[in-house]
Design a protein. Structure first.
Length: 317
């Protein structure tokens, strides 16, 4: 088994704040997977799980965010850029300069702002999506990676892996308003669908839950070894956590905060996204360079799809 520091180094460009969407019937049309090791984006038809396009993007691509209409995809490249992809033509339409070590990103609810974590410059870049340029840089904690926004768009939460804290940004003026101490090496971070809590994956085997009304830690939940990616079912009843060192997913009942099941997936699962209908989960496995498709009713892997080298981010259209 690899040491925690080595594994964490591999995870620094894993997805955060990724937007997912589907058609009106809650079905997925296409999956978009970034591969840090091969510097590309793979487009997969979600119906037959076949690759339809491989598109070169920036160097060491990681987190992704998609607009609600599915027409535009933003990709964070560790070498200080964000690539903008037109999903209709599957072509790169722009590249935007941000800070060093761009890792995770999330769109504001009105989609006029894109927030990007910069791991090596310890900041968050704010991109005006209309102008297509960075308009502000906000210093946060050390080694920011995962990022998410509250449903009302008022606050952005950022996990800082190297300073063991979560930064809170107030979006009305894009200023840092608070830092919350959490567990060691926080990585995956998600705001619950109702906006009442923020869930943070902490090394070596915990999930810290923050009450957004008080910005205090409400409780912690123990999971398996090295939790990383986080996702919620659309109704918020379950949280799913990828465990890097044990190659599985912990299923948490959000009503009583119990781990109710574990799902075995591929090697070194780093990220998870739930399909819009809530029927399937898509898990990126860095160690086995593949994508596990999980049926959430049976809680079992039903398909495995090879992707690129060191997959790190996924969006659903």
């Amino acid at each position: 088994m690899r040491s925690a520091s080595i594994i964490f180094g591999f995870l620094f460009v894993a997805l955060s704040g990724c937007a997912t969407l589907g058609d009106r019937h809650g079905r997925e049309g296409f999956l978009y997977v970034t591969n840090e090791g091969s510097n590309d984006l793979i487009v997969i038809d979600a119906n037959n799980l076949r690759k339809v396009k491989t598109l070169p993007v920036g160097e060491m691509p990681g987190g992704v965010a998609m607009t609600r209409d599915g027409r535009r995809l933003y990709i964070a490249n560790f070498t200080h850029t964000v690539t903008v992809v037109d999903t209709g033509s599957n072509r790169v339409e722009a590249s935007i300069e941000v800070g060093g070590g761009a890792t995770g990103l999330v769109l504001s609810p009105d989609e006029r702002s894109l927030y990007v974590t910069n791991r090596t410059s310890h900041s968050v870049s704010v991109i005006d999506t209309v102008q297509g340029r960075t308009v502000k840089t906000i210093p946060v904690g050390l080694g920011p990676s995962w990022i998410d926004v509250t449903p009302d768009g008022r606050f952005v939460y950022v996990s800082n892996g190297s300073s063991s804290e979560v930064s809170v940004i107030q979006t009305v003026d894009n200023t840092l308003v608070q830092k919350i101490k959490v567990g060691e090496m926080p990585s995956g971070l998600r705001v619950s669908p109702d906006g009442q809590t923020v869930w943070v994956a902490d090394y070596p085997h915990g999930v810290t839950i923050i009450d957004t009304s008080t910005r205090q830690i409400a409780r912690t939940v123990s999971v398996d070894s090295f939790p990383a990616g986080l996702a919620f079912s659309p109704d918020g009843r379950f949280a799913y956590v990828t465990n890097v060192s044990t190659d599985n997913i912990s299923v948490i009942d959000t009503g009583d905060y119990r781990v109710v099941d574990r799902i075995s997936v591929g090697k070194t699962p780093v990220e998870i996204q739930i399909g819009p209908g809530g029927r399937r989960a898509y898990v990126l496995n860095e160690g086995s360079a593949d994508l596990s498709v999980v049926d959430l009713s049976s809680r079992a892997v039903v398909e495995t799809v090879a992707v690129g080298t060191r997959p790190s981010g996924i969006a659903i259209r």
